[in-house]
Design a protein around this ligand. Structure first.
Ligand code: AMP
Length: 111
């Protein structure tokens, strides 16, 4: 059994609040939201980070961002898309995931 927490969610071993799912990817609400809307979009096949992901699959997931933005009501107000990568990038779960964050005006820069 994989010890990847996101693989466990994909396999149904850990519950999640899903927003979107198809045969290639899944999106669910972040358990510790940084904003009123905070969704994680990730591939069903494990890959450690964005540098390890098949570019075609990455492009496919990018095409689902607008679907998720519409479903969560942030399409018009705007949102931020973030892929934390590695230690300095603040990645804490080593299964590629795209943060989709919105529902309020976000600050910049992020650090
Ligand atoms: P990152 O720091 O970019 O690796 O982001 C990992 C994210 O996963 C964090 O925002 C966590 O709050 C979130 N997270 C960790 N465990 C869970 C879980 N079981 N369900 C939903 N989100 C989670």
């Amino acid at each position: 059994m994989s010890d990847c927490i996101f693989c466990m969610i994909i396999n149904g071993d850990i519950p999640s609040n899903k927003v979107y799912e198809d045969d290639k990817c899944v999106a669910f609400y972040d358990v510790a939201p940084a904003a009123p809307v905070h969704v994680l979009l990730l591939p069903k096949t494990h890959c450690d980070n964005v540098t390890k992901c098949d570019p075609e699959l990455l492009g496919y997931m990018m095409s689902k961002i607008q679907v998720i933005a519409e479903k969560t009501g942030i399409m018009e107000s705007g949102f931020r898309v973030v892929i934390n990568t590695g230690k300095d990038g603040g990645q804490t779960v080593n299964h590629l995931h795209i943060h989709i964050i919105g529902g309020k005006e976000l600050g910049w820069p992020p650090c």
